[in-house]
Design a protein around this ligand. Structure first.
Ligand code: ATP
Ligand code: MG
Length: 360
């Protein structure tokens, strides 16, 4: 069983607390992602699981067995490093065989496993090539083959796609996910790319300053952010500062300058400062006399700028008091969306997330 149990793990470097008292349970065969901005402690946590960095406190178990006291080569973990760490002076086969040689496998077993690993990452026939003769995507596959060849219980991937161009990243993330499912191997994936995390993960832990800020399924993290930090980090969002007003059966009214938004019922006091998050794609431009759906509320804004980006049109709009509001609409001739024009926007109040903290 490839479960990973992390309990009260901490690690500082001098005065920097890279990982602060962190506990986490990763399930067997799970594709689990650590997501967060640069410097939040993702690599440090991954290196502690692999055994390359020693925790100051806490315990780590794999399949119930304590491993944080074992040297890296006795942990049965495959790791792909942030910069691949491919040895330039070894052939592709030599690179993949490295861990097996270190573990003193017999030469014929090494040859058999290297061939098998090359097939797995679709590089059959590349064994005798040198690293400088490979593309970025191929090098990345060598790094994965090298991690998998020891048949680890757990696979750790530290920003494995960061050196690839945008198009290849999308292809490769699909390949990694497909391979992981085929092998059923418990995988911890590190990235600072929100879309990548949402696309491949079963669960995501959003990290911030050495802590887990939120843990959940991709939809949950995106739609129900637990804090303003997560809401902002998980892609463009509108953060509106408002003041709680009256509450009725439909919800709570929140004033943002002279505008009023309807949000789900809250137990906020009237007059309390709130932050409202609403995603640009949760706002819809209503055309002409189109009737409002029963579950929608309405908001007036003025268009300041429009940007055509292919599938989407992004509108930079403004509420009556000048509060900026981003709106994303699927490309479709948007009536009256020229700069300066007034538009009506419809939204479902259930898609507004409210935080009882004034936005900074
Ligand atoms: N060996 C080290 N010596 C000193 N400080 C370190 C060391 N390794 C990490 N740190 C510090 O610990 C913090 C967390 O670093 P870490 O590499 O874990 O972040 P990360 O989330 O992986 O960032 P990135 O997305 O940039 O890779 C940072 O402030 C970093 O400067
Ligand atoms: Mg890192």
């Amino acid at each position: 069983m490839g479960t990973i149990a992390i309990e009260g793990v901490r690690r500082s470097f001098g005065s920097v607390e890279a990982v602060r008292h962190l506990s986490l349970d990763i399930r067997d065969s799970e594709f689990f992602t650590l997501l967060g901005p640069s410097g939040c402690g993702k690599t440090t946590l991954l290196r502690m699981i692999a055994g390359f960095t020693e925790p100051d406190a806490g315990e780590i178990r794999i399949g119930g067995k304590r491993i944080d006291t074992l040297p890296p080569h006795r942990r049965n973990i495959g790791m792909v490093f942030q910069n691949y760490a491919i040895f330039p002076n070894l052939t592709v086969a030599g690179n993949i065989a490295y861990g097996l040689k270190a573990r003193k496998f017999a030469p014929d077993e090494i040859a058999r496993r290297v061939t098998e690993a090359l097939v797995l990452v679709r590089l059959s026939g590349y064994g005798e090539r040198w690293p400088h003769q490979l593309s970025g995507g191929q090098l990345q596959r060598v790094a994965i083959a090298r991690a998998l060849v020891i048949r680890p219980e757990v696979l750790l991937l530290d920003e494995p796609l960061s050196n690839l161009d945008a198009r290849l990243r999308v292809d490769m993330r699909g390949e990694i996910r497909e391979l992981q499912q085929r092998l059923g191997i418990t995988t911890v994936y590190v990235t600072h790319d929100q879309e990548e995390a949402l696309a491949v993960s079963q669960r995501i832990a959003v990290m911030h300053s050495g802590r887990i800020e939120q843990l959940g399924a991709p939809e949950e993290i995106y739609r129900k952010p637990a804090s303003l930090f997560v809401a902002r980090f998980m892609g463009t969002t509108n953060v509106l500062r408002g003041v709680a007003g009256a509450r009725d059966d439909c919800g709570t009214r929140v004033r943002v300058g002279p505008s009023e938004l309807l949000v789900p019922v809250l137990d906020a006091r009237e007059g309390e400062a709130l932050s409202l998050c609403i995603r640009p794609e949760a706002l819809r431009v209503i055309v002409g006399g189109e009737p409002l759906a029963a579950d929608s509320a309405r908001l007036e804004a003025t268009v300041r700028k429009t940007e055509f980006v292919g599938a989407l049109v992004r509108l930079d709009a403004e509420l009556a008091d000048g509060t900026p509001l981003k709106v994303a609409v699927l490309d479709d001739p948007v009536a009256g969306a020229a700069p300066g024009s007034r538009i009506a926007l419809a939204y479902d109040p259930a898609r507004v997330t409210v935080f009882r903290e004034g936005a900074p």
